[in-house]
Design a protein around this ligand. Structure first.
Ligand code: T5A
Length: 212
């Protein structure tokens, strides 16, 4: 879809605890210091409505959620997010850094929950109003290290899932990256420092000459 704007849409994907939030925060500061107008956001929970949806989705103390209910909540969050935050920001020429987006729905709901890829691709297109990222960093991490990082203070509903669930998600992410080599860059964060990963991200952004 033509976003009819001059903005740049960069998403961060990957398994639990791969360092997406950390890297987005550092990149936001770096780009802002360079004079760019940056919006950092996330899914689920990039809007007021989305924060309420996020609370339902991640709360491990709620009664079990049907996988179809879960899927529809992620999609509802996205539709609100795209209209309220992503599209208006891109239309204003801003750089949007988004913590998870449509690739998460493929990795988690196809890879993890076994929905058909065809269904999720259609629903992703619908919920995102066909807005596709310009660039996606897939921050990969070994399960043991990632889950340890992610659950330092608290384990949410997804982080409490078994290793086999997370293994399927990681495998799906690699498949998505393989099928989208122009858009997606994979960085293994398992043994790299936060600073080294940020350096790689910055150099890829410079190399790709995507900033105007
Ligand atoms: N989901 C989401 C779906 O199932 N379908 C969907 O469509 C969507 C959109 C969201 C959950 O929803 C699922 C996926 C998720 O399970 P969330 O809390 O937003 O939940 O989940 P995450 O994005 O995975 O958040 P995390 O906080 O767990 O992971 P991050 O953001 O990747 O990691 P970060 O940056 O917070 O770092 C975690 C800790 O590790 C340290 C940090 O300092 C921090 O303490 N750290 C490192 N330590 C050592 N070396 C490094 N390189 C480090 N990088 C970070």
């Amino acid at each position: 879809m033509d976003k009819t704007n001059n903005g740049m849409f960069i998403t961060f994907e990957g398994p639990e605890g791969s360092g997406k939030t950390t890297q987005i925060n550092q990149l936001d500061s770096y780009l802002s210091e360079m004079g760019y107008s940056v919006v950092s956001t996330r899914e689920p929970g990039g809007t007021g409505v989305g924060c309420s949806i996020r609370e339902i989705l991640l709360n491990p103390d709620l009664p079990p959620i049907q996988t179809r209910t879960e899927l529809l909540l992620f999609l509802a969050d996205r539709a609100q997010h795209v209209q309220e935050v992503i599209l208006p920001s891109l239309a204003m020429g801003k750089i949007v850094l988004c913590d998870r987006y449509t690739d998460s729905t493929v990795a988690y709901q196809v890879g993890g929950r076994d929905f058909s890829e065809e269904l999720i691709v259609t629903l992703n297109e619908f919920s995102s109003y066909s807005v596709v990222p310009d660039l996606t960093f897939m921050l990969d991490v070994d399960y043991k290290i990632g889950i340890k990082r992610a659950t330092r203070n608290f384990a949410d509903r997804f982080e409490k899932e078994k290793k086999s669930f997370h293994d399927k998600i990681r495998k799906k992410y690699h498949e998505i990256a393989k099928n989208n080599p122009d858009r997606m860059v994979v960085i293994d964060t398992t043994v790299k420092s936060i600073v080294d990963i940020q350096d790689i991200i910055r150099s890829i952004i410079t190399e790709k000459k995507i900033l105007r």
